[in-house]
Design a protein around this ligand. Structure first.
Ligand SMILES: [Zn+2]
Length: 142
């Protein structure tokens, strides 16, 4: 017979209502490039490189695990904008393919670059709000 050496992991972590974090506020702050905790400090120190910590409140950002999720989300968002427009224009007007590519490709590239940092910030804000990964101060693995 074996016994568990520690408490089972429960997700989401059980926390008192006073310790719960506002998910939408944290995601909006992250979307704007601000610290999900205080909303004032900067979350990024480069285009997609998060700062080690908030320069205002000291919130540690090194525990985030956004990984490839922001890129997947940007593909989904931009794809849901570009593809219906392209299909509709092709169906109704059928302009030359060269003209369509000259518009859609730069738009897709620009929209993707413009959305990547805000979406990554929102993902980090989401992880912070749910105390995921390195934002869980009760996790003994960190
Ligand atoms: Zn902060």
């Amino acid at each position: 017979m074996t016994t568990l050496s520690r408490e089972p992991i429960v997700w989401p972590p059980q926390s008192a209502p006073s310790q719960q974090r506002n998910v939408w506020q944290a995601m909006w702050r992250g979307f704007r490039g601000r610290c999900p905790n205080c909303g004032e400090g900067r979350i990024f120190r480069a285009f997609l490189k998060t700062a080690d910590s908030c320069d205002r409140c000291g919130q540690d950002f090194t525990g985030h695990r956004a990984d490839d999720l922001p890129a997947y989300l940007v593909i989904v968002i931009v794809g849901h904008i570009v593809v219906p427009i392209a299909l509709s224009i092709e169906t109704h007007y059928a302009p030359p393919v060269e003209l369509q590519l000259a518009i859609y490709l730069p738009f897709t590239l620009l929209a993707s670059l413009l959305l990547l940092q805000p979406v990554k910030g929102a993902v980090v804000g989401l992880q912070w709000a749910f105390r995921m990964h390195g934002f869980d101060e009760t996790n003994p693995d960190h």
